[in-house]
Structure formats: C-alpha cells, structure tokens
Design a protein around this ligand. Structure first.
Ligand code: CTP
Ligand code: CA
Length: 232
C-alpha cells in the first residue's frame, strides 16, 4: 500500500480535460465533424488519475473507451463542450483543452432531413463561428491556475510550425501550448505522437515522442513543475 502512494505528484489537484472531436449538426442525420479520436485526451485523463489527480473528462465522441476512475461528462457540439468545460473549470486548478473543437457550426439546424432536390449541382452552407473556449477560459477572472491548449498544425517545416505555435499561444493567452504535428497518417487515430510544449513566451519547456501515454506524462510533468496554486 505504501508503494501505491509513490508517484502521486498530482494528488489533490483538480484537472479538467476535454477530449475527442465535436460534431455540429446540419439536420437530424448529418453533422460536420473532424478526425480526432480522443486518444491523446483519454491518455491524459488516465495518466492524471494514475498520478493522483481528481479528473473531469469532457468527452466528445471518443473512439476509445474512457479510463476508469474519472468523472465523465459526454458532449457533442462545441457549445455543449463549452458549457461543460466552463462549469467544471469553476472549481478546477488545471484545464487541458485536448478536444478538437469545430471552428464553425451550421447557421441553422434543420428539423427535417435536407433533400437533394432542394439545390442544384452545388450546395451552399452558411456557417457561423463558434466561441473560442480556450481563449475565453484564459481571459476569465478568476480563472484556473494552469490552462493548456493543443495545436495540431499540418505545416511540414519544423521552424515554421514552431512559429505558428508561438503566435497561437500568444493569441490564446493560455499558459502552455502542446504543439503537435498532424497529417493524413500522423497525429489522428494513431497510437503514438510527437509534440513540444511551449510556455507563454513561446519557449520550449518539454518535448516527447512516443506513445500517447508517454506524451501525456510529459505534459503532466510541465503542470507539476508549474507548481501547486496557493489558493483558488
Ligand atoms: N479551441 C477552443 N475553441 C475553439 C477552437 C479551438 O477552445 N472554438 C482550442 C482547442 O481545443 C485547442 C486550441 O484551442 O486546445 C487550439 O485549437 P486550434 O484549432 O489549433 O486553434 P484555432 O484558434 O482554432 O486556430 P486554427 O484552427 O485557425 O489554426
Ligand atoms: Ca481550429
């Protein structure tokens, strides 16, 4: 039993993790979605719970089973994810936004199935911007002590990718940004991952390459080093 206490460096920390990909409905049978499997967010939740944290997992369409021992909050759309994350964040020390949130949603959600005959050979769809959940959390007063964003960039050149990450962390106002390379065969729906963690200044504070569980522990190491908040 003594040994079970070893490595519990997140004991007493309350961590909210969003995972998966949102779906934005067009009509009762169709949606706009993305290719996020939820594996990295689930690995983070699993690793954080194993290190003693109390974990709320806000889960949008996971393709993998959620870990045991976490408080699971299923959501579908970006607006639902926002409501769930903001409610959970009110009493959290740490928020990690690993979910792939739709940037836009259909301007209207049709009550009945859209018929092919409504339009000609092209179909135009009006989309409206979703709120930026991460930027909103970072701006809130009071706000969780540590806020971590993810950026999946397809830019192939490492220096240019890093620059995109630096700009993104500044724009979002988050404390850390996990910069991830994605492509058709990398990042999404894979078992492994390749990341760097940037701080608010855009400096690299940690990096990992390997399984999504080892990447998760690399990100959690940064959070542990950031320290425990004195108060909430
Ligand atoms: N994110 C969010 N709310 C959104 C869009 C994204 O909270 N409406 C979060 C993601 O969960 C991720 C981070 O912001 O942690 C970065 O997402 P990304 O899509 O890379 O950033 P965007 O600002 O949407 O920029 P772009 O898609 O144009 O690269
Ligand atoms: Ca986006």
């Amino acid at each position: 039993a003594r040994q079970d206490l070893a490595g519990q460096d997140l004991a007493g920390r309350r961590i909210v993790i969003s995972a998966g990909g949102t779906r934005e409905p067009l009509d009762p049978v169709r949606y706009l979605g993305n290719r996020s499997s939820g594996r990295q967010g689930v690995a983070l939740a699993e690793a954080a719970a194993a290190r003693g944290a109390s974990v709320i997992l806000v889960a949008a369409h996971l393709e993998v089973p959620p870990p045991a021992g976490v408080d699971l909050r299923p959501v579908s759309t970006a607006l639902e994810l926002q409501a769930a994350v903001e409610a959970a964040a009110a009493t959290a020390d740490v928020v990690i936004m690993a979910a792939a949130v739709a940037d836009y949603r259909p301007a209207e959600r049709r009550a009945d199935k859209i018929k092919k005959d409504e339009a000609g050979d092209t179909f135009r769809l009006d989309l409206v911007k979703n709120p930026d959940i991460l930027a909103g959390l970072a701006r809130a007063v009071p706000r969780p002590a540590v806020i971590v964003g993810f950026a999946a960039e397809t830019e192939a050149d490492p220096a240019a990718r890093l620059e995109l990450g630096r700009q993104k962390v500044a724009r979002k106002g988050c404390d850390y940004l996990v910069l991830n390379r994605v492509g058709w065969s990398q990042g999404f729906a894979t078992e492994s991952n390749d990341i760097v963690v940037l701080d608010r200044r855009g400096d690299i504070v940690n990096e990992a390459s390997g399984t999504k569980l080892s990447v998760a522990n690399c990100i959690l190491d940064v959070i542990v080093q950031a320290g425990t908040p004195d108060h909430h």
